[in-house]
Design a binder for this molecule. Sequence first.
Ligand code: SAH
Length: 254
Amino acid sequence: MNPERLLSSIRVVLCRPSHPGNIGAAARAMKTMGLSELYLVAPKHFPAAEADARAAGADDLLRRAVVVEALDAALAGCVFALALSARRRDLGPPSALPRESVARLLAEAEQGPVALVFGNETTGLDNDEVSRCQALTAIPADPAFSSLNLGSAVQLLCYECRMTAFAGQQPADWTATPSASPLATAEENEALLAHLQTVMTATGFYNPAQPGRLLPRLRRLFNRARLERSEINILRGILAATEKGTGHGRGNDK
Ligand code: SAH
């Protein structure tokens, strides 16, 4: 299944949310990551102006949100549900870290709709709600302060879903921005350094009798920059003009 379709088969279920602002924040978190199916189980206030305000443009998800009375109705048709809770449960479903759990969620999503199930801001998910889910995940956090804001927890899970859904399709190599011109070869880099050395010597900046670490440092700089051929040509053009200006240049007789 393509990543967009996979993401659209994930429901985000908020159980008994008390603060409409968190519903809006959850909608925004979902929309930024390409999820769209929001289910609200017995929300305290909904629809609400504060939800619209916090959705900040994701209000289409709020309009489409499915409001139900119990978790069972929100999970109707689902083949797999993942409960989100900072607390471990006796007799609870197997638990794993968010990344592993999301990998499982997406694998299951190939078979049918799946759900991420979040709890109430104050009381979290109750045992009955957790028991409706096939797996549990806790977001790693400081044990002394492990409860995230509901909207933040939704954001984090939606982000993991997107990363996993698009794994291998995102531009893997950030350095691979298209070059305007081919990368310079080893010889071209060496020729630049030699040219630079000549001009630095002629201008008195570099004393071959006391080389210090200037050349290794310049070499390191160019290796880090990975110069393109056209950039080498610019730098060598500047050097040639400098040689001409100082009267030391090979181009001086032109
Ligand atoms: N006081 C509640 C936490 C409520 S936070 C409790 O003790 O459970 C609201 C919801 O955000 C939680 O029900 C859970 O679904 C999600 N959440 C917040 N922090 C989380 C964490 N560290 N790991 C997993 N889910 C978390």
